[in-house]
Write a protein that binds this ligand. Sequence first.
Ligand code: SF4
Length: 381
Amino acid sequence: MELLVTETNANFKNYKKVSWSEYSSFKNCKKSWFCSYYAKLLGVPFTREHTLALSGIIIQKLFEIFINERVYYRYDNYQDLLDWFKSGMYGIYEIIVFPYKDQLDMANPRYYFRRNVGKNRIIEVRDKFSMDPLIKGFSPVFIDDKIFSSEFVTKDRFFDNLYKVICSVLESWKDLEIDLNLMLSEVYIRTKFYGDVYIHGQIDFLYNKSALSNFEDINQIRDKYILIDGKWKLSDFTLKEQLFFYSSLVYRRYKKLPEMVSFYSWTQREFKNYEFPDNFFETLKNEISQMIEVAVTLREECRELARKKIKTIMFDDFFNSIVKNSKVNSKNCFFCGVREFCDDCSYDRKSHIGANNKRQTEKVLIEKGLCVDKGIQDFEM
Ligand code: SF4
């Protein structure tokens, strides 16, 4: 990979505004962090494949609107409510999913739906699926057909599975007697952390449990709230520090502490709870300071190269000479946008697809009653 050195180093301008994804990226692999947030790489597009995240993205968007717009008050008939979820599920998919290769042609995917082409796409899909116009706020996701079919076999199976999960979650929340009027979803908070360093992020759900009235505005948040992050399923990639990071946002901005912080697994329909640790602010501050220090060093080195009129340099030569022991967690290569070009990548795409195809074949055989030596629960999505 070749690093493009620019005189202005404009990409460094947000290095003191830290999100959970940037912070965790730095902890997982500094090289990937630098490529994602700062480096300009020559002829190397930073691409992402979202198949594994797709179900979670759609269900989160649906439950965000379901809660924030109090959709549950609209329907006396339960089937009508389920139909709202169903049309939303198909509609969101049609709006947000693009072929993997399309991201290379999109100048900036984040702005796609602000342009006329994106706005027209939304209008067409809303009409086609009679989708609620309150379902909005989309970002493109990019899907490689081969990976999609190795995971789900067909689109119909993807939708069947997603719809089943939605129905089960609704039943489960009803059983748990969660008071939806005390919840808000997708709450964005940006706050000063220390000095001139900011932290920011979007919180999936806040349950203002001890509130005396409906939760309509984040300013009503009270101590002993519950912070929840939805995950399609809990895995080794699920880090409780994510919940602590988001609670730090709430504390720094509103001076309120949670009773507990939780992951909610959509597929397992269960909460995994943690207490907010006393020493987390200190740990976070130390690690963010280190991250900013590394960013400043890299920025200074880029400036030095620019002063020497060096326009490009081999990425690894530059990066490895400045940042030592950069790689920490190899599991993350699967999600990395430069994995195709990275010599240190430990993700094997072919074996992933191969393993999944085998898994899907076994799943189909089991569904047809042709294979009895494995339980169907092994294949639950
Ligand atoms: S492919 Fe793996 S080692 Fe390479 S930058 Fe990405 S996460 Fe780091």
